[in-house]
Design a protein around this ligand. Structure first.
Ligand SMILES: Cc1ncc(COP(=O)(O)O)c(C=O)c1O
Length: 376
């Protein structure tokens, strides 16, 4: 039996190469050209009003915090409520800006619990970062309501949410800013890239400068503009080199064509897992929020003796993953150690089952049956 891995990205190789060939033949691989096209296509697909293509979601999360902070003059030590159950990029973004991450616990969806968020609000709270775990919107609507009522900004870490629909709107349409990851194993895989989508047009204009060293006119626009003095630009901020490039955009353009189809296949695999694991008392499934069509980046379960279970799955050629360890277990965030018991319990028990486009329904059934056997 072939080994079954957590993630195996699928690339439409010929189509990707054709897009990249266009860049090479034109002699334009950097910022502009295909990056402009992927921004247009992403806006058209998602219905989000603004989109700026970046070199990663980690950069995007940093810029999200930076620009909201600049805009409303947040002070060092101001607080951002966040989840301990995430990839560390989410929380590093808060620290990069000298703000304080305040951890609130998760609910049964493994997303921020609205009651825990309410409890964590202080006079210094400025924003909440919500992570749509595995594409699951959890109780995002309640968190949005709290943010609107309490005058807090809402940052959606939508790293897993490319192609997640809440009702008939794409995830992020009502956040102050949402950040998507197109990293190598995400639902829309490139090698590394991402998209930042601000609600406010002004911030969308600003982020283009911040992602390109603070320069107020990019090289592509200057080249296209034809006229003289093309080298004349101003530098408005100490910005970053965070923008995306045309090679990554080429990959994303092809991925976007298939995103709906690919996510539908992921949902089919998840139905197999749901069916095969239904009724098991020893394998707890993470429930999906209602009224959504999720991207299904992950299929997560909780089991006792997780580490031993993982070893036994590995012995049978099955190589799942863990998303994530409670961030307060890391030295960086240890000051908040133990403040979120539900996240800690999940952190000790979580397994992400294999989920990708080359996994057959038969293989998914075998994974689920093997897991049940091991846990029986
Ligand atoms: C929840 C979450 N946020 C942010 C990121 C960062 O994304 P990127 O790798 O594009 O920087 C990831 C990537 O794994 C993630 O899972």
């Amino acid at each position: 039996m072939d080994p079954v891995h957590l993630f195996v990205p699928t690339f439409r190789v010929e189509e990707v190469l054709a897009e990249i060939r266009e860049c090479l033949e034109k002699g334009w691989t950097g910022l502009g050209y295909k990056t402009v096209e992927i921004e247009e296509k992403w806006r058209a697909y998602s219905g989000l009003p603004h989109a700026h293509f970046l070199n990663s979601a980690s950069s995007g999360l940093h810029l999200a915090v930076r620009l909201l902070k600049e805009d409303a003059a947040w002070q060092a030590g101001d607080e951002v409520i966040t989840t301990p159950l995430t990839f560390v990029s989410t929380n590093h973004a808060i620290l990069y800006e000298g703000l304080k991450p305040v951890f609130a616990d998760v609910d049964e969806h493994l997303c921020l619990d609205p009651a825990a968020v309410e409890k964590a609000i202080t006079p210094r709270t400025r924003a909440v970062v919500f992570v749509g775990m595995g594409g699951n919107p959890g109780r995002y609507g309640d968190i949005l309501k709290i943010c609107r009522e309490r005058g807090l900004k809402l940052i959606l870490d939508a790293a897993h949410m490319s192609g997640s629909w809440i009702g008939d709107r794409h995830a992020g349409h009502d956040a102050d800013v949402s950040v998507f990851s197109f990293q190598a194993v995400k639902n829309l895989p490139t090698a590394d890239s991402g998209m930042i989508c601000f609600a406010d047009r002004r911030l969308d204009e600003d982020v283009r400068k911040w992602s390109w060293m603070g320069i107020n006119k990019d090289t592509y626009t200057r080249t296209l503009s034809g006229g003289t003095y093309k080298w004349m630009y101003d530098v408005e901020h100490v910005g970053f080199k965070y923008h995306g490039n045309s090679i990554m955009a080429s990959m994303a353009l092809v991925g976007l064509r298939y995103l709906e189809q690919d996510n539908a296949y992921r949902r089919r695999i998840c139905e197999v897992y749901d069916r095969e694991l239904a009724g098991s008392t020893r394998v707890e499934r993470v429930p999906m929020a209602r009224s959504c069509t999720p991207s299904r980046h992950l299929y997560q379960v909780l089991v006792d003796r997780r580490d031993e279970t993982m070893v036994r799955l590995n012995e049978r050629g099955i190589f799942p993953g863990v998303h994530y360890r409670d961030n307060t277990l890391y030295r960086m965030y240890a000051a908040a150690d133990g403040t979120c018991p539900r996240a800690r319990r999940a952190s000790d028990r979580l397994i992400s089952l294999p989920l990708h486009l080359r996994l057959t329904e038969g293989e998914a059934a075998r994974v689920a049956q093997t897991l049940r056997e091991i846990r029986s």
